[in-house]
Design a protein around this ligand. Sequence first.
Ligand code: CA
Length: 323
Amino acid sequence: MKKTVKVEEKIVIAHRGASGYLPEHTLEAKSMAYAMGAHYIEQDVVMTKDNVPIVLHDITLDRTTDVADKFPCRVRDDNRYYAIDFTLEEIRTLSATERFFLDENQKIQEYKNRFPINTSSFRIHTFEEEIQLIQGLNNSTGSDVGIYPEIKQPIFHRNEGKDLSSAIVSTLKNYDYKTKKSKLYLQTFCFEELKILKNEILPDVGIDLNLIQLVDNENTYPWIFEEEGMQRLANFADGIAPEKSLIVTNLSTVSSIKITQLVRRAHAAGLKVHPYTYRSDPGQMPSYVKSFEELLEKHYLDADVDGIFTDFPDKATRFLQTI
Ligand code: CA
């Protein structure tokens, strides 16, 4: 079966910035992603103690900063340091670094080939500062790069007395993201929160934005994977961002690629498909491909996804330019 693939409409989303090259979610990583030609740049957003949305992947600070060295007494019982327990002023004193894990109190860099941990000087910034960076670059370069914020763990935030979604939406409105034509996708893993956004938060402030349902497996919301699931999702969302093995299964081999029904069903329901996360680091590619470019080819062209989240936006933009 031959299908028409519209390459010019496909997008590259810089996952946490150009996080393959610089510490994730730093303004430096976002600037690099911008310069590499990403169409959208991702922000993970969490809330501080004093109600400021900041850009941070985890709801905790201890895998990407020196919080444990600077504020040892602020640890919770589970040995983690929660961003929500710190004011913005305190968070601004932290050094951000390449992601690490602890092995007998030794900091071990998660991706050994990436930017060395605890070198140079990086900071955590607010969601607003990141929008200003991207809109500022749009102004100075004449490009029109979009933003792709994620509402991190909305239920956790609500349980802590914080309405993160409303804070994010209010910031977006202030920066003129107000319609589905705005260069913006707003994402969350939580379908219940997506419904609240669609039915309450967005109408309450009189704006309408593109919403994306993240999905990391088939079990959290099994109805999405049923015959009519995408049609039902389309009542609330404009697209779906699945883990990439839900597009091309890990049962695939070099000689036998297994593409699921997800893209076909999503497109039939009018939904965009933006899977994650495409990494070219050693050991990060599925066994059914021999190169990163081949992985991009299988997903962008054979499976016909509309965009991808990648830590290496330069490689994806180059791929789309050369096919
Ligand atoms: Ca994310």
